[in-house]
Design a protein around this ligand. Structure first.
Ligand SMILES: [Ca+2]
Ligand SMILES: [Ca+2]
Ligand SMILES: [Ca+2]
Length: 464
């Protein structure tokens, strides 16, 4: 994966400088991020997290990530006169805090004129506050209070298979017994035999019950439909057809397989920050609770591993990263996380690595230690021969974990407290060239972790 460096105005070429002036005025966007409206970066930092509200007939959620990345989704009856329907938007958000005017750049828009896509001249000014975003027309609170909310409650926003990617499917549970499921990708063949276009991106709105003792969640789709002028049926509360939790597309109806009720078993992690559910074919899905406030997680920028036995091998594009050490062989993982972008306060920072498994693992306990990388590197070129310096005189975190065999269902996340290293980088005590894993204080089998190139469960740093 190529990495783009931010170029300050002083180092930019003439063309880039002209662009900077057109977009940002006199300001250097590297030193002072945000667009021409200046104060917006602070508003967008405040916005980070999850917002939402629901009533019996509808719901709205917003999620803001870093630098104005956002999604919104809403459930509502179809309004033919104004062309609004249940659906979502995904893209980039900016707010001129002087005028309260918002502007968005959308890569996905499934709610027609609803949402942020059709701002009007007379729209009331929008403001982003610490406890609500809103205008004269509406006010949307933060979805829940993570500090006081019960970790065993489902209420909140959850993202499927990635804590940091806003483009994945999302599931919101509300305190009033309603739930909203958002899909943001068309599924070409979601039913196995559906016609093209029967599983578009869209939103579902349902009632739910949750049995905390067994983990059983029962979803029931809300009723409501219209017949469009072309004769097609439009379900108000399922706009992704046979995608999502409910199969309501024409093929399913024709085959007598329409499905308006779904039951899943959701196993909540002890800290309430993630949950897993297993599909019939054995696939495990992980849901990550989106922090109500702040980013909550920083995705890996690049990762690789370097191997003494194959000193010129470059592994930056592998879907996994390998850790190993004995008398004859050493394999060192390297990771880089852009933790400088974190502006909110945090108490602890944890490195989270999903264990793929340990090929020769027999369930013994092993460990990984974190060391500081002292020189620059690039995953697309670095090998054992060209590896950066690593300071092995001090480890910044150690964790013990079970060396589960490959494919073992018990292989989970290996979580290492790296708070002091993240603080050292943020305070400028060391340049952030990333971190290395090693196992110098113990022995154990070689263990494989999902990498940034893995289809799911990529490495991330979580903030608590
Ligand atoms: Ca829209
Ligand atoms: Ca559906
Ligand atoms: Ca990589």
């Amino acid at each position: 994966m190529p990495r783009l460096r931010q170029v300050p105005r002083d180092s930019a070429d003439d063309y880039a400088r002209k662009l900077y002036t057109a977009l940002f005025g006199d300001r250097d966007p590297v030193a002072q991020p945000g667009t021409a409206t200046g104060a917006d970066a602070a508003a967008l930092a405040t916005a980070q997290g999850a917002w939402g509200a629901a009533d019996d007939a509808g719901a709205t959620i917003f999620r803001f990530g870093a630098d104005g990345r956002f999604l919104m989704a809403e459930a509502k009856p179809y309004l033919e006169a104004t062309q609004e329907q249940s659906g979502g938007e995904l893209g980039w958000f900016d707010l001129d805090t002087r005028t309260g005017r918002l502007s968005t750049l959308l890569e996905l828009d499934t709610n027609l004129t609803s949402g942020t896509s059709h701002p009007g001249e007379g729209d009331p000014a929008l403001s982003i506050g610490d406890t609500a975003i809103g205008s004269a027309g509406f006010s949307l609170p933060r979805l829940r209070d993570d500090r006081t909310s019960d970790p065993t409650s489902l209420v909140g926003l959850w993202a499927l298979n990635s804590p940091t990617d806003l483009s994945v499917a999302h599931l919101a549970f509300f305190a009033n017994g309603r739930a909203m499921f958002l899909t943001q990708e068309a599924d070409a063949d979601c039913l196995g035999r559906s016609a093209p276009g029967e599983c578009p991106p869209g939103v579902e709105y349902a009632s739910y019950t949750w049995d905390a003792a067994t983990g059983t969640v029962v979803f029931n789709l809300l009723d409501g439909e219209s017949t469009l002028s072309g004769g097609q049926r439009l379900l108000h509360y399922d706009t992704n057809g046979c995608g999502g939790l409910f199969e309501t597309c024409a093929t399913a109806v024709a085959n007598g397989q329409e499905d308006r009720s779904t039951t899943i078993v959701l196993t909540l992690a002890a800290d309430g920050r993630s949950a897993t559910t297993t599909r019939g074919n054995g696939t495990i899905f992980t849901l990550y609770r989106v922090p109500t406030r702040g980013l909550g997680a920083v995705a890996v920028l690049e990762d690789t591993y370097v191997r003494a036995e194959f000193p010129n091998m470059v592994s930056g594009n592998d879907a996994m990263v390998v850790l190993y050490r004995d008398d004859n062989e050493e394999i060192i993982p390297l990771y880089r996380f852009p933790v400088q972008q974190v502006t909110e306060s945090f108490t602890r920072a944890y490195l989270n690595l999903a264990l793929l498994g340990c090929p020769a693992g027999r369930g013994e306990t092993t460990q990984a230690e974190v060391y500081r990388v002292t020189g620059d590197w690039n995953e697309s070129t670095v090998s054992w021969t060209s590896r950066p310096g690593i300071d092995f005189s001090e480890n910044w975190g150690v964790t013990r974990f079970v060396a589960s065999p490959i494919g073992s269902p018990s292989a989970g996340f290996v979580k290492i407290d790296i708070t002091s290293l993240v603080r050292a980088w943020q305070e400028g005590r060391f340049p952030n060239h990333g971190l290395a894993l090693d196992r110098r204080l113990s022995s154990g089998p070689d263990c494989n972790f999902h990498s940034a190139e893995s289809s799911a469960q990529r490495p991330f740093v979580s903030l608590e």
